[in-house]
Design a protein around this ligand. Structure first.
Ligand code: PBG
Length: 324
């Protein structure tokens, strides 16, 4: 008699399941995105992102220390300036909120976790786009924006950022920033390229988080959600231009792209569980429709299983505490 094949044998006990798990999450796999706002006197909760706040410099330090204590691998900083203009002047001002906060965090946490910064103009422009506009105002001027990114990169590196997150989706941005850093003696500052970044409705709550001024959309520079192969093309270009790490964003609706990229990439691959993904989990959990902790664990584990080496998640500190 042919024996029945019984995969259930390895599911019989927690110990067997633990020993045969193909994927494991570790606190070091997690990166916490954080918001710091100029001129705040107390942390300001973000309505569509329960548990997430715009920080003051002091509350930012405290939250980063909490993340480090939980074993989280890094933080990604976003700054919200008091004043905005067409070219996003506050972005490369050494006294701009993002740069001041970066220096403060390096001082606070040292090397306990990796301090990273968002390198994009959308938080700093009065029109909310990720770059400067063309003369007729109809679109974003790619090459003029690269000059702004070079200046931003130098300001961020000077402030002590260890890894610059290029999230603007301009062509040639990795090479432009790499060249500027190398010329200025910042050869050791690393670049995280948001390579396959899609024009996604899942960024909705983030717009509230940074008080975004955007009307319209980013379809002229971020990727079309219909495109899978193009994700690989963007990754190949960014690696050729000098990206140290590449990213796929959002995560959960783009796990096919993530799996492709993880297979093809010669550099680490990260993914971003974005604001809308977190908001859906929180909303369903608040209604009692899902088990919040289990869904958070499963969602992040799935992103790792699909091929992410590390995951940006608003749940990073809390999740690190559960899985340590
Ligand atoms: C751009 C940037 C965005 C996010 C991260 N970096 C917004 C956008 O591209 O529209 C979204 C992250 C999230 O939704 O959690 N600076």
């Amino acid at each position: 008699m042919t024996p029945m094949i019984r995969p259930r044998r390895l599911r019989a006990t927690p110990a067997l399941r633990g020993l045969t798990a193909e994927t494991r999450l570790h606190p070091r796999d997690l990166i916490l995105p954080m918001f710091v706002r100029e001129g705040l006197s107390a942390p300001a909760p973000i309505g569509s992102m329960p548990g997430v706040a715009q920080h003051t410099l002091d509350s930012l330090r405290a939250a980063a220390t909490e993340a480090a204590t939980a074993g989280v691998g890094g933080v990604m900083l976003f700054g919200i300036p008091a004043e905005r203009d067409g070219r996003g002047s506050a972005a490369d001002d050494p006294q701009g909120i993002l740069n001041v906060a970066t220096a403060a965090l390096r001082e606070e946490v040292g090397d306990a976790l990796v301090v990273q910064t968002d390198l994009c103009l959308d938080e700093f422009t009065d029109h909310g786009h990720c770059g400067v506009l063309t003369a007729d105002g109809a679109g974003v001027d790619n090459d003029a924006t690269l000059d702004r990114y070079r200046a931003m990169a130098l300001a961020q590196a000077e402030a002590g950022s260890e890894l610059l997150g290029l999230s603007g989706m301009m062509d040639g941005q990795v090479a432009a920033v790499r060249g500027a850093l190398d010329d200025a003696g910042f050869a050791d500052t690393a670049l995280l390229a948001y390579s396959a970044k899609y024009a996604s409705a899942f960024y909705g709550p983030f717009r509230e988080a940074v008080d975004s001024q955007l009307t319209g959309d980013r379809k002229g520079y971020q990727m079309d959600p219909a495109n899978r192969r193009e994700g690989l093309r963007e990754v190949e270009l960014d690696i050729a231009e000098g990206a140290d790490i590449v990213m796929v964003k959002p995560a959960m609706s783009y796990l096919d792209v993530l799996a492709d990229v993880a297979h093809a990439s010669s550099v680490p691959v990260w993914a971003y569980q974005v604001s809308g993904e977190a908001a859906m989990i929180e909303a369903a959990a608040q209604n009692g429709w899902i088990d919040r902790q289990r869904v958070i664990e499963e969602s992040v584990l799935s992103i790792k299983r699909a091929g992410a080496d590390a995951i940006l998640s608003y749940f990073a500190t809390e999740l690190a505490g559960w899985i340590r």
